[in-house]
Design a protein around this ligand. Sequence first.
Ligand code: ASN
Ligand code: ZN
Length: 326
Amino acid sequence: AAPAQATGVRVDGTDVRLEADKAADGSYTLVDSTRAMYPVTGGQIRTYDARRKSYLDVAGGPVPDDVPLVTSATDRFDGADTSSGAVDAHVNAAKVYEFYKNEIGRDGIDGKGGSVHSVVNVASNGKDYANAFWDGSKMVYGHMDGVPLSVGLDVVGHEMTHGVTEHSAGLVYLNQSGALNEAISDYFGNAMETADKGVAMDDPKSGLIGEYLCNGTKPLEECALRDLNDGRSAQKDFEPIPLDIDNGGVHYNSTIVGGALWDLRKAIDPKVADRIVYRAAQNYLTPLSGFTDMRGAVTLAAKSLKVTDAQLAAVTEAFDAHGIEQ
Ligand code: ASN
Ligand code: ZN
């Protein structure tokens, strides 16, 4: 087997170049050995197809033996490999890898060039499983109204960032630390997508998460799962939510702090904001950190990066605007 290029058809109908592997029998698999990690660690970006197996049988640990790599008899991945979400997952995982490598200087999810594995096309009791998640080892994707979740670069970036967070701050996925974990995933997922699509930061739609999952059947605002420009404040909008509901409302309270981080990204050079938020998450958070800790962490990270006074003032303003106090 040897690295080879292939072509894929994405769910939106466009062709895309894929990094693949060509076997001796002429078939291709979605195994990308071209990234910086490969020569050093052997790390690869691999995409597998669960073929509607239950997400419960796939979650946790390495990819099960009975879940195959995505394979094509020719150098073209289309048809079932498009509708499963495999092509979009493979391309988007590579984009997220490149963002972390080039913008942040991080080598993959574990920061050590380890493999990046995605399993697409899981179901729930034979029906669409309308979610995606990081399971501690890999990304897993279902379909929402027939559209694979992997079409969203913001979704793929969100899930991979859960892996990055697990390998660094280790934010416990409950209550405020869980909402902060969510906010960091939303921030980086959306930052990647906004940069990739060339959406201006001052576009009111810049904060939308998951807005492309409807594949054009709904306006972006209606399609989106969340909006980092929703302007919510810790004082007015934070709700303590029981643990049995969404791990204590981790996807509800998240946009309070995610909104502050997004405000910062709108106020200063986005690349500087990305470095500040990344450094905050890497160096100044611990597993039970909450929103106030994040304000402190972002402030410390900004100072340690020797940002300008204006950039530091933007940090203060962003957290003030969302009611997150010192
Ligand atoms: N899509 C969700 C997330 O990554 C799945 C979950 O609730 N963990 O946040
Ligand atoms: Zn999440």
